[in-house]
Design a protein around this ligand. Structure first.
Ligand code: AMP
Length: 449
């Protein structure tokens, strides 16, 4: 019988990669923490209506890509021709913003006159896209959301923080391109949207069917079409930058001035519209310049001043971004990155015969309790086999216990890199771990034995 494989578009993070994912998240929380962001965890599924109202019914994410969950009970109701109540219509989250904004509204985290709420998250997102390199059905994102302030400093520090994070995990600054744009607000966007709609209708002959359809559903998305012909036609469409109201213009200029002041280079891209409906004013995207084909966006986000009200909360300005973990790994790999092996022990205890095992087990536990990573043979291998095992587990030290040594009250501690061996008193676990910690300190100081 064929063994069952993982579902299409989903991937296992095996230990070496799972360890890197942990480091990736830790680095994100550390970098974002410097800007005042604290963690939040929201459910992986939400009521479908949250995404429909928040992200927008006409977006690809909602109209084509959402995994909607149907419980056994609801399936029975559906099969019987019944109707599932709104509250029971659930979807796996295709992105993180809607859930975080819902949580902020539900728990009233933004208080009148209080400081803006700055939140960071990391976890899996789900989109029923056609899988290809860099495009998965379950993928991991790290993101932030800031609610309660519309000042351009929030946008600018958010963009700077994202670029600092990429640098911290090792994506060379020169390998990335930062694109920025403004999408306007409820005052200036409707007229602009109408102008683009008219332009699409007037140039329908040169556009694909999907872009023609977008004239009525979501005209700005026509800028996002990957087809060369459509791109050429849309290059002549009215530009948002020429249609911003004064307030949006000032806001956009202020964001750019702050980025300039920090020395961050960026490209203004008037066709950058992003796939989700909720954006207002600042939008941005980070792309990898080479080696990633069409899936070259490693992160992006923007301002969404109407989203909270859209899902039923108080009118609260917001700003956020999300970055894709898997695509960052592809970008790193394009620059020679390889995962470190997850397995790395400080020590391994090898037993010359079974008579010393109870003592070895006690010693093992003592060292683990102190905080060292260690293991022992669990399969009664020969001494040679135990050394091989210690090598495989990448142990720095092997503590050898034999009846002769035990009779003399000592254990041998072998440094696996230098092959140096010292004898230490068995009854002083301190002496053994002192031996490790001296070496650990030496390693940290860059001194090899
Ligand atoms: P978005 O929420 O579409 O702005 O996506 C933010 C980031 O998540 C993108 O820049 C990608 O790095 C990543 N991402 C989005 N969709 C996928 C996917 N299907 N597979 C892998 N990564 C994705």
């Amino acid at each position: 019988m064929a063994s069952i494989q993982s579902a299409e578009g989903t991937f296992d993070l095996l230990p070496d990669e799972a360890k890197f994912w942990q480091k990736f998240r830790d680095t994100a929380y550390e970098v974002f923490g410097r800007y005042g962001y604290v963690p939040i965890e929201t459910p992986i599924f939400e009521q479908t209506s949250l995404f429909v109202r928040g992200i927008g019914e006409a977006t690809d994410v909602v109209s084509k890509e959402m995994f909607t969950a149907i419980s056994g009970e609801n399936l029975k109701t559906l099969m019987g021709g019944g109707h599932i109540k709104g509250k029971s219509q659930l979807s796996l989250r295709p992105e993180g913003t809607a859930g975080v904004v819902r949580a902020v509204a539900q728990h009233a985290l933004v208080t009148q006159g209080g400081a803006p709420v700055k939140l960071a998250y990391a976890g899996p997102m789900f989109r029923a896209e056609r899988p290809q390199k860099g495009r998965q059905r379950q993928f991991n994102q790290v993101g932030i959301e800031c609610l309660g302030a519309d000042d351009p400093t929030i946008d600018a520090e958010g963009i700077i923080m994202l670029m600092r994070f990429y640098e911290a995990i090792g994506i060379p600054t020169g390998a990335m391109r930062l694109l920025v744009n403004s999408m306007g607000c409820e005052n200036c966007r409707p007229a602009y949207r109408e102008a683009v709609r008219t332009y699409i209708l007037e140039h329908a002959d040169g556009l694909c069917e999907e872009c023609q359809r977008r004239a009525d559903t979501n005209p700005l998305r026509a800028f996002d079409c990957k087809k060369e012909d459509c791109r050429a036609v849309m290059a002549g469409a009215p530009r948002i930058v020429d249609n911003l109201c004064d307030d949006c213009h000032d806001h956009y200029d202020a964001v750019k001035a702050l980025l300039d002041d920090t020395g961050l280079s960026y490209v203004e891209d008037y066709t950058l519209v992003r796939g989700l409906d909720y954006y207002t004013r600042t939008v941005f995207e980070v792309q990898v310049i080479e080696g990633m084909g069409s899936q070259n966006a490693i992160g992006g986000g923007g301002r969404y001043d109407k989203l909270m009200a859209e899902i039923g909360g108080a009118n609260t300005p917001g700003f956020g971004f999300a970055l894709g973990y898997e695509r960052c790994v592809l970008a790193l790999q394009a620059h020679g990155f390889a995962f470190e092996p997850a397995q790395k022990l400080d020590f391994y205890i090898a037993c010359v015969d079974d008579s010393v095992r109870p003592l070895a087990f006690r010693m093992l536990q003592k060292l683990r309790d102190i905080g060292y990573k260690g293991d022992i043979d669990h399969q009664h291998r020969s001494l040679k086999g135990q050394f091989k095992q210690a090598d495989k587990l990448r142990a720095d030290y092997v503590v050898v216990l034999g009846p002769d040594e035990v009779a003399r009250g000592v254990a041998k501690v072998r440094n696996m890199a230098s092959h140096n061996e010292v004898e230490v008193p068995i009854d002083q676990a301190e002496a053994i771990y002192q031996c490790f910690s001296d070496s650990a300190a030496a390693r940290e100081a860059g001194v090899t034995e």
